[in-house]
Design a binder for this molecule. Structure first.
Ligand SMILES: O=C(O)CCC(=O)C(=O)O
Length: 222
């Protein structure tokens, strides 16, 4: 998403993409422990999210520093303009399968790394080719990924829910998620568990993985 700095007195015209209701579809922790073989293979999020259109953005918020040493997220500039690339494997995982884990052929001379200090964030489009290798350092890397969609986008991989965070939802494609009335409200904790399990089934559809609790997954629902 191009974000151009503006200066002077010109009043910026709002970007038309910012109009209309917006929802949060997912929040996930991407935690890579120190000296852990876990990795996220090169992928486009659009492979996993089951959306009617490639119209979504993730805010990746660093809860700890993300550096070259602890293997911050890497990406291929401009790759968000590509179409959907057919996946050869399902690749959000913690363990290499057999060394052929690259789902998307990547020109490594183009790749860039996004280093962040705690509290900083990056934004990535749902079609951006990105991933990160295992963390060989002594430093744990913690990212919190918040996935946003416009309410005009519909789920294609079965029933799905989202939390409206801006404007109105005139489309009603996603089941609206309620707000908890207090911390650790037992009813809401149970609902959160059900939502998390449904989300894992969407993300890992077509594989033998049915839950984030399985050891092969790296993603943990927030
Ligand atoms: O944390 C990482 O290295 C990858 C995160 C990711 O794939 C995502 O936020 O979509």
């Amino acid at each position: 998403m191009p974000l151009e700095p503006r200066h002077g007195r010109e009043s910026p015209r709002p970007d038309p993409r910012l109009r209309g209701g917006k929802s949060c579809r997912t929040t996930n922790f991407f935690i890579k422990e120190a000296a852990d073989p876990a990795f996220v293979s090169w992928h486009q999020d659009s492979t996993y999210w089951g959306l009617s259109e490639p119209d979504a953005v993730t805010a990746w918020v660093a809860f700890a520093q993300a550096t070259e040493a602890n293997r911050a997220m890497e990406y291929i500039p401009g790759s968000h303009k590509l179409d959907q690339i057919p996946p050869s494997r399902h690749l959000l995982q913690t363990q290499p399968f057999d060394g052929q884990e690259v789902m998307v052929e990547v020109d490594h001379s183009q790749q860039r790394i996004i280093t962040l200090r705690p509290g900083e964030m990056s934004l990535h489009h749902v079609r951006l080719v990105h991933g990160s290798p295992p963390n060989p350092s002594n430093d744990r890397r913690i990212g919190f990924a918040i996935g946003y969609i416009p309410t005009s986008v519909a789920p294609l991989a079965g029933e799905d829910s989202a939390t409206l965070v801006r404007g109105d939802d005139r489309h009603h494609h996603f089941i609206p998620e309620p707000q908890p009335s207090h911390d650790l409200d037992p009813e809401f904790v149970a609902l959160h568990r059900a939502i998390t399990e449904r989300n894992a089934r969407i993300l890992y559809r077509g594989t033998e993985i049915a839950s984030y609790n399985e050891p092969k997954t790296l993603v943990q629902r927030g």
